[in-house]
Design a protein around this ligand. Structure first.
Ligand code: SF4
Ligand code: SF4
Length: 712
């Protein structure tokens, strides 16, 4: 069933209502029951299920939102007030039981389903699709699965499950066609939202992600990939480059580096007879044990560049190898990297221009008459911190502009849809296709300007960065610093972020757009309503850092230690286990910083945590960006200490724009005092006005004026 049946699609596309969704689910149930009845008739002797047997109701049920809507409607129409009050209590208990997992590894939990009453399902007729698929030949095995979740899964009759799976897939296709948020949700948590906040149902039907906090995150890969050593093909003379480098051989080193934090071991494993391996060696650890280690690896980095330059390589193979290259690790060292990035930019351009001379040549001649054609390109035109802010520029261009959006990533979500709808022309060019063909398609649009929203952030984009795809090419602040690329003409930044000497940081010509430089679109933040105890916290003040450990450079440990001393409290950090974080926590503890680690959260629980915080500590050297805006929007103060380079001045700009300059520290002493001194903070917090961060049209108009000035 790859296509939704007409009734499924229609119910979710054409003016959907809760009643229509319920009706749809009833129809799906009727079809399921029909399919099951044949199976059950033939297998009566094999089935052990009976009323009162309920081991399988002690688990997290994966459900789709239409399922949840139907059960909520059923409850509203059949439960008495007393039953509803009891259900609400059970929903609260359920949330307390699953909350510490924050949407992860839910298959390992055995909470009692909030709809189970006296060992019977209280919504049996309306129970979710997944529950309808669960039937077992062995109730004892079910009981063992309930008692031993770590080692045993619930048994199931595969044939019945397949029928339920087909119905699920069909519904999922309908959800996708109806442009709604799909996927598997924690049924209990989603039902709690639907019962307590009926508005969320209407919002979901209108295309919003209103059940996000109940999303059931799929399990992450826990074991390293098997080592692979594919033979790398050598091109025959005259063979066209494919723009694809088989990076299978780098999966294990990548895992070792990012998950285990063992950078040297990763380098030792990433050896091969192909320029892709040699380019991969030009990288740095993601985290450091000390300031001395930072300098040691910086020295290694320079030598790795020299080694690559001394080798002989086929430019087409080297170009394919750029697929695995990314300079972002350099930015975490928090130095001015202009000189190194220019060297790397020249190298990337040499490789690209020798492999694809036609796609790197300047675009000569006058621009075509008519509207100014401006494109936006990123691997992340989706929910991310890299580029969604670019939507405000694109969406608000005046009638003299014709807009293009190029999404180069494989993930497509609601943010991608917003770009698709806002742009006059939208192209999805996912990885895996020959890059030269994709580049040719972009260049053939005859763009006047192309804005690269996040150069140097994602692996896989380097093959595009040194191409000449438009008359004027700009980098923007999704990339943390200068690109160093000779093909990038301008860097679009913010007047509030750049200090007077900012121009010296960039190989591009620096353009200071007004305010924070972007037109940040208003978004509805949906903090979940968890309590401090759900996060394992007590009632003491919460000093929170939300930035990834990669940004916590060793030279700032002293600052955090002094905050411990001044407040008498540990600092809470979020432990992203996938980013070599343990090295940072070990280092901090060695340096006397008292830390408390919180798990990685889904976005809504993350917002909920921020709301509970007394103060959020911005990471000096490389600040938060969108996270600072979101934190201030929720009324939680962010304390920052601006440093010299732009990436250490994001929050300075945002605090100025939100009428909270009093949270900008002058020096380390002042930072510590701002965190510890509640009275001092209180007066500033009362005046925070996040409106200044949103929908500022001045940067859009200034961007347009700038483009007109260089194009006409
Ligand atoms: S699936 Fe297992 S626990 Fe559930 S009713 Fe059937 S036999 Fe009982
Ligand atoms: S919804 Fe009903 S059948 Fe499904 S787990 Fe809950 S109580 Fe059991």
């Amino acid at each position: 069933m790859n296509q939704p049946t007409p009734d499924t699609a229609a119910a979710l596309i054409n003016d959907p209502t809760p009643a229509r969704v319920s009706e749809l689910l009833t129809q799906i149930d009727a079809r399921l029951d029909q399919a099951y009845s044949n199976f059950d008739r033939l297998n009566r002797d094999r089935i052990d299920c009976k009323p009162g047997c309920s081991h399988c109701c002690h688990r997290v049920v994966p459900a789709q939102i239409p399922d949840v809507i139907r059960v909520a409607e059923h409850i509203r129409s059949t439960f008495t007030e007393d039953q509803l009050a009891e259900l609400k209590q059970r929903l609260n208990d359920y949330e307390r039981a699953v909350a510490p997992n924050f949407g992860r590894d839910l298959h390992k939990l055995r909470p009692t389903c909030p709809l189970l009453v006296n060992n019977l399902c209280s919504v049996y007729e309306a129970r979710p699709i997944r529950c309808r698929g669960i039937f077992s030949a062995d109730a004892n095995a079910c009981e063992q699965a309930k008692l031993h979740p770590e080692s045993k899964a619930f048994p199931a009759l595969a044939e019945r499950q397949q029928i339920a799976f087909a119905a699920w897939t069909n519904l999922e296709e309908g959800i996708k066609k109806g442009a709604k948020s799909g996927g598997a949700y924690d049924f209990g948590r989603a039902l709690k939202i639907a019962i307590e906040n009926p508005e969320a149902v209407q919002e979901w039907l209108a295309g919003e992600d209103s059940f996000g906090e109940a999303f059931a995150t799929p399990p992450v890969q826990e074991s390293p990939p098997a080592p692979v050593r594919p033979g790398q093909p050598k091109y025959l003379p005259g063979t066209e480059p494919t723009g694809r480098f088989d990076i299978a051989g780098l999966a294990l080193p990548q895992y070792i580096m990012s998950r285990e934090g063992n950078f040297q071991k990763a380098l030792d494993l990433a050896q091969g007879d192909h320029p892709g391996y040699w380019l991969w060696q030009i990288r740095l650890p993601m985290t450091y044990s000390s300031e001395a280690e930072v300098l040691e690896w910086r020295d290694y980095y320079r030598k790795a560049i020299d080694r690559f330059k001394e080798r002989k390589w086929d430019p087409r193979e080297a170009y394919d190898g750029l697929a695995a290259y990314c300079p972002q690790s350099l930015s975490y060292q928090q130095f001015n990297n202009r000189e190194i990035l220019e060297e790397l930019g020249a190298l990337t351009f040499k490789i690209t221009s020798e492999a694809l001379p036609d796609l790197t040549a300047p675009i000569e001649g006058k621009r075509r008459e008519g509207k100014i054609r401006v494109g936006y390109i990123s691997r992340s035109l989706r929910h991310s911190s890299c580029s969604p802010w670019g939507l405000g520029w694109l969406k608000n261009h005046g009638p003299e502009f014709e807009t293009y959006a190029f999404h180069m990533g494989d993930v497509v979500d609601r943010t991608t849809e917003q770009f698709r709808q806002a742009a006059d022309h939208f192209y999805h060019l996912p990885p895996g296709q020959p890059v030269p063909n994709q580049a040719q398609l972009i260049r053939s649009q005859d763009l006047d300007a192309l804005i690269f929203l996040d150069v140097g952030v994602n692996t896989g984009t380097a093959q595009f960065d040194a191409l000449r795809l438009a008359r004027v090419q700009c980098a923007a602040w999704g990339g943390p610093e200068t690109t160093g690329l000779p093909t990038m003409d301008y860097y679009l930044s913010s007047e509030l972020m750049e200090d007077p000497t900012g121009d010296e940081e960039y190989s591009e010509k620096l353009i200071r757009l007004p305010g924070i430089g972007v037109c940040f679109l208003r978004e509805k933040l949906r903090p979940s309503t968890l309590f401090k105890s759900d996060f394992g916290l007590g009632d003491e003040p919460l000093y929170l850092s939300t930035q990834p450990p990669l940004k916590l450079a060793p030279q700032w440990d002293e600052l955090y230690r002094r905050i411990n001393e001044a407040t008498g409290q540990p600092i809470s950090f979020i432990d992203r286990k996938r980013t070599a974080s343990q090295k940072v926590w070990d280092r901090m503890e060695r340096n006397g910083v008292k830390i408390r680690l919180l798990p990685l959260l889904n976005i809504h629980d993350y917002f909920g945590l921020i709301k509970l915080a007394d103060v959020v500590l911005d990471s000096p050297g490389w600040n938060g960006g969108i996270t600072t805006i979101q934190t201030l929007t929720m009324g939680t103060p962010v304390v920052t200490l601006p440093t010299e380079l732009k990436r250490g001045r994001h929050s300075l700009a945002m605090l100025q724009a939100s009428n909270a300059p009093g949270l900008v520290a002058r020096d380390i002493d002042d930072y510590v005092d701002l965190v510890a001194n509640v009275d001092r903070r209180r007066s500033v917090v009362a005046n925070i006005d996040p409106n200044g961060l949103y929908e500022d049209m001045r940067p859009v108009r200034a961007l347009e004026d700038f483009l007109k000035s260089v194009l006409t």
